[in-house]
Design a protein around this ligand. Structure first.
Ligand code: UDP
Length: 478
């Protein structure tokens, strides 16, 4: 038997899952583990360049491509990523295609004979498939401990269905270490309603499969959310390893710049522009890779940033077709903000930007990767959750960590999100960028940044937990 441990990683086809999985595979590889990432043809380019760079450093990392049954599942040909889905029907078909991937994955495991399969929560069949080959399946959610605990308590106790009479009446998420209040408006349909749908059945299967898995790998570090890391393990009884922030495995400028999608955008120009600015003078706005805004909301954002008087980098991922038709931009906006602001249309090198000294604030949708990247960069945040578990993450950043200010987003909405006015944007941006409270928030953010870096260094909490996991996998094999 080969003495080197071989781990297969199978991420869900969304950037917020593939990017941290790539980092995770690189991290395992840097500890002497042989790693293989399984993906589909059109998602492969997200991994290839970075894998080549890592390989050149002598680590064992590779990629294995399987076909994605888009057409068989009723999707257009070439639809292989969540960011290509524009309707609920497409989303449903995407999950149909996910179900069909069981067979090709069995084939890959048969051929490759790995020692462990790290598979995303969205592959409910993965625990059973791994069991067929007598190997452990680890589950990756992509969320932090706080959100994992909060969503588990909603699932178990259903306060959103029992204790409130309207969608806007706050309820308390029971049994958490802090008092956390949410409204039904801030939840997705599957959390809100009791109706059994194909998607709710899919999620039930995913949870059941996770419970039977070998454990959960979490992109977080202990010092960030200690009460919730403990709660998840001892109260909810889950076996979990915290090994993040995963983005910190990218140390070189090139690693950070290669993260995610290829872009025609000139990264050197962006860095040059940032170099010309004073520390903490730029606010960076980006809302992830899935959700999008209504044109009217983009207009309000532009008006809000301009009114705040702050310098900015704004990443705009328009609704379909809006990229070509930019009549949502206020007239003369780009001329008026020339030199003061930069609009990036499409993909931005986010970690590269956040890590620059000139960036002093982050307006974020609270996707977990972005949240953790903001923490690791030590920047205070304006929280603007849109969907998924982002409303939970907002509570952590604002209420518990004290490093963010909420913009006042009220409603869970994945497509064409709207409703936040320019005044609220102006106020929240000013609040994180200027004044005494802003300085205090910045100090707290810096402390967390230092903690995050320590966690991944030799002897740190995440470093040690990854060692423990690798040891356990080796013991399981022998
Ligand atoms: N990202 C990036 N450039 C962009 C948009 C996103 O590098 O223009 C990266 C970001 O750094 C993060 C991921 O894409 O690692 C988005 O994940 P997150 O969980 O924040 O949000 P999601 O896209 O899943 O909603």
């Amino acid at each position: 038997m080969d003495s080197q441990l071989h781990v297969f990683f199978f991420p869900f086809m969304a950037h917020g899952h593939m990017i941290p999985t790539l980092d995770m595979a690189k991290l395992f590889a840097s500890r002497g583990v042989k790693t293989t990432i399984i993906t589909t043809p059109l998602n492969a380019p997200i991994f290839t360049k970075s894998i080549q760079t890592t390989k050149n450093l002598g680590t064992q990392i590779s990629i294995r491509v399987i076909e994605f049954p888009a057409v068989e599942a009723g999707l257009p040909e070439g639809c292989e990523n969540v960011d290509q889905l524009h309707s609920e029907d497409m989303l449903a078909n995407f999950f149909k295609a996910i179900t069909m991937l069981q067979e090709p994955i069995e084939h890959v495991l048969q051929e490759g004979r790995p020692d462990c399969l790290v598979a995303d929560i969205f592959f409910p069949w993965a625990t059973d498939v791994a069991a067929k080959f007598n190997i452990p399946r680890l589950t990756f959610h992509g969320s932090g401990f706080f959100a994992l605990c909060a969503s588990e308590h909603l699932r178990l106790y259903k306060p959103q269905k029992k204790t409130v009479s309207s969608d806007s009446e706050p309820f308390i998420v029971p049994n958490l270490p802090h008092e956390v209040k949410l409204t039904r408006l801030q939840l997705g349909d599957h959390d809100k309603e009791d109706i059994e749908t194909d998607f709710s059945k899919f999620l039930d299967k995913a949870t059941e499969s996770e419970m039977r898995s070998f454990g959960i790998v979490v992109n977080s570090f202990y010092e960030l959310e200690p009460a919730y890391a403990d709660h998840y393990r001892s109260v909810l009884g889950r076996k979990a390893w915290h090994i993040g922030p995963l983005s910190l495995c990218n140390r070189q400028v090139e690693d950070k710049a290669q993260r995610g999608k290829e872009t025609s955008f000139d990264k050197r120009e962006c860095l040059k522009w940032l170099d010309s600015k004073t520390p903490n003078s730029i606010v960076y706005l980006c809302f992830g890779t899935v959700a999008n805004f209504a044109a009217s909301q983009l207009y309000e954002i532009a008006m809000g940033i301009e009114a705040s008087g702050q310098q900015f980098i704004w990443v705009v991922r328009g609704a379909k077709n809006e990229d070509d038709n930019e009549n949502w931009l206020p007239e003369g906006f780009e001329e008026r903000t020339k030199g003061k602001g930069l609009i990036i249309r499409g993909w931005a090198p986010q970690v590269l930007i956040l890590d620059h000294d000139a960036v002093g604030g982050f307006v974020t949708h609270c996707g977990w990767n972005s949240t953790l990247e903001g923490v690791s960069a030590g920047v205070p945040m304006v929280t603007w959750p849109l969907f998924a578990e982002q409303f939970f993450n907002e509570k952590l950043v604002t209420g518990i960590l004290g490093i963010g200010v909420g913009v006042g987003a009220q409603q869970w909405k994945r497509v064409a999100s709207d409703g936040v006015k320019r005044d609220a944007i102006e106020k929240a941006v000013k609040e994180i960028m200027v004044g005494e409270e802003a300085e205090e928030r910045r100090r707290r953010a810096r402390t967390l940044k230092e903690m995050s870096w320590k966690a991944v260094e030799e002897g740190g909490s995440s470093y040690t937990d990854l060692n423990a996991l690798i040891k356990e996998l080796s013991a399981h094999r022998s």
